[in-house]
Ligand binder design. Sequence first.
Ligand code: WQD
Length: 332
Amino acid sequence: MILVTGGAGYIGSHTAISLVELGHSIIIADDFSNSKPETVEVVQKITGKSVATHRIDVTDRDALERIFQNHQLEGVIHFAGYKAVGESVIDPIKYYKNNIISTLNIADLCVKYNVLKFVFSSSATVYGDNASPLTENMMLLPTTNPYGETKAMCERILHDISIANPQMQISLLRYFNPVGAHESGLIGENPNGIPNNLMPYITQVASGTLKKLSIFGNDYPTIDGTGVRDFIHVEDLAKGHVAALEHLSEGVHIHNLGTGKGTSVLQLVKAFEKVNQIEIPYEIVERRPGDLAKCYADVSKAERELGWKAEKTIEDMCRDAWNFEKNLKSKM
Ligand code: WQD
């Protein structure tokens, strides 16, 4: 049995589907602060399996411990955490409390109940302004925001826990830019409020919810001056988690989950327009503070050690993201 914290969230729900489809039994723990209970119903509909769900805040150790006491867990995939970069700058205490305490609670209970497998949702943000392509053995550099710092701190905490508890099998997965949606169009990225991230902003411009896209700077040293990122389809990301879980062994294992390819903001916009035959009005504006020019992965380690490689294309990501947005809009 695998406990999936934040399993009703964007990446968590897609991973929950992959886990069940690949034969794992799971439990979801989610406080629904940035997700919806209906998403779990869709996970059940897509997989045809019922999924036990506990509405809990994973910073509540007693509530979390009851799950460990009542279930024979073999592992945890820990997604539950706040992830809005801008918000973390405004409210660092909220981010340090939630993201650090939740990870400490889970690790503490894993050691106490001998739950050996722990997969942690980390982020490419921990690389700071290291030069791309980014490799897992790089020294971590300061990030530009408390969100990124919580991820780097949790990685360090888990390293120390591994040294003290060598039986633990810990995976740190560093995501690049997850985008897209399940091929069914029934689940996808549906952030609360105005999207911070590029793809949901584009899909909301496409659907008419938002008027036009602001492109944050076109004077970066990149192919067309706009930021370059490693966009990865959320379904590839989900499969990467299952591969990491199934290949776990004692110690700490770090893997980039990206495609290894850099795509610029303008290239993504043009790909979206072409694939979906929709115009995306945009305006070039000032750079966004804290943004890097380029951020993309070296993905050879995950391929070598996990036998995992992202398969979906930028076009797949644009098509699936738009398909989900249309479904969402049709329900409003
Ligand atoms: C991508 C590019 C922007 C919005 C962040 C977090 C990272 C992860 C993913 C959580 C950049 C440009 C964006 C817009 C734009 N989050 N952009 N107009 O900043 O690479 O990564 O989200 O795990 O940890 O740091 O993603 O989608 O915000 O930006 O021009 O309205 O799109 O400047 O070049 P980012 P993003």
